[in-house]
Design a protein around this ligand. Structure first.
Ligand SMILES: *[C@@H]1O[C@H](CO)[C@@H](O)[C@H](O)[C@H]1NC(C)=O
Length: 304
């Protein structure tokens, strides 16, 4: 631990993802991992300690850390970047450091964020995390891109973070720059959550037609598209408690997509909004009942 060759890192903030990333870095041999615990709850402080993170003020962080990972809800990403840039400027320091924004902000917002870093010693990398927090059985993908002038920093980061147990995939080559990693997240989320949105839409439409339409749909999916039926069985129940988050994600995907494609995601955002505001639980009941039907049909060998 803390050997001379390992750079000081910072992971902001110690939420479920940030703390799990810090824990992975720590067990893989990282030295000091700073975070900021001002105003945090007992449980967050405890989670940070369990992940071997140490408290530091922002002033402290910009003077000691060589790499700062920003892992926050998307609406807080710009704020955190501003906080770091202003702490850096008021420290009067020129020491080089790298700020990796790992958040699901759309590519346009990333380009806006880039302006903050103009002409100072902090290099901005555009990163996104795809998948659930690291665990013993899973390591999420961290896709990273950089301004063409910062390719050396991207290579250094990739080497450092891969050496400390992260699954880093750099995006390089023709036309790559800030915004491209964010675009991967948008396109991936459009496919994965968009598919869940289509499942949801058609389950509700089939049920609105009649109960036997819903039964027929479960049978037909099993007959012609068993892979889709299995995905539906797995993803639709998981999506219900997260629907409120998918509303804003679909809005981001819509602005990324633009044109006719944008309308698809505007509508899916509304569908998830209906699921999220389902106070009486009717929509959730309909969806879960269909999932039970689909499961039953998958395991059954007679006709409807
Ligand atoms: C569902 O599909 C499986 C094969 O994937 C098949 O064995 C089973 O008979 C089907 N169920 C019904 C009710 O047709």
């Amino acid at each position: 631990m803390g050997s001379i060759s390992t750079p000081t890192l910072a992971v902001l903030v110690p939420g479920a993802m940030g703390a799990a990333i810090a824990a992975r870095l720590s067990v893989s041999g990282a030295g000091t991992i700073l975070t900021n615990l001002d105003g945090r709850s007992e449980s967050t402080i405890h989670r940070a300690q369990t992940s071997n993170m140490q408290h530091g003020s922002y002033e402290d962080i910009v003077q000691r850390a060589s790499y700062i990972f920003s892992i926050v809800p998307p609406q807080e990403a710009l704020n955190l970047a501003e906080t770091i840039v202003s702490a850096y400027k008021s420290s009067g320091s020129q020491r080089p450091l790298v700020f990796i924004d790992c958040n699901a902000v759309n590519p346009e917002s990333m380009k806006g964020m880039q302006a903050l870093f103009d002409g100072i010693g902090i290099t901005l990398l555009d990163g996104v995390i795809i998948g659930t927090p690291p665990s013993d059985s899973f390591n999420p993908g961290i896709y990273v891109s950089a301004d063409p002038k910062d390719i050396a920093a991207l290579d250094d980061f990739t080497r450092m973070a891969s050496g400390l147990g992260l699954n880093v995939i750099p995006l390089k080559g023709e036309g790559a720059g800030i915004g491209d990693a964010s675009a991967v997240k948008m396109a991936h989320s459009g496919i994965v959550k968009g598919t869940i949105g289509l499942f949801t839409t058609m389950i509700l439409a089939a049920n609105a037609a009649s109960p036997s339409t819903a039964e027929g749909l479960a049978h037909a999916l099993n007959l012609s598209q068993p892979t889709l039926a299995d995905l539906l069985i797995r993803f639709v129940p998981m999506s219900i408690p997260k629907a409120y988050r998918f509303v804003s994600e679909m809005d981001e995907v819509s602005s990324f997509t633009g044109g006719d494609g944008a309308e698809i995601f505007d509508r899916l955002s509304k569908i998830f909004g209906r699921v999220a505001n389902d106070d009486r639980g009717d929509i959730a009941d309909t969806l879960l009942k269909f999932v039970e039907q689909a499961k039953e049909v998958r395991g059954r060998s007679d006709a409807v």
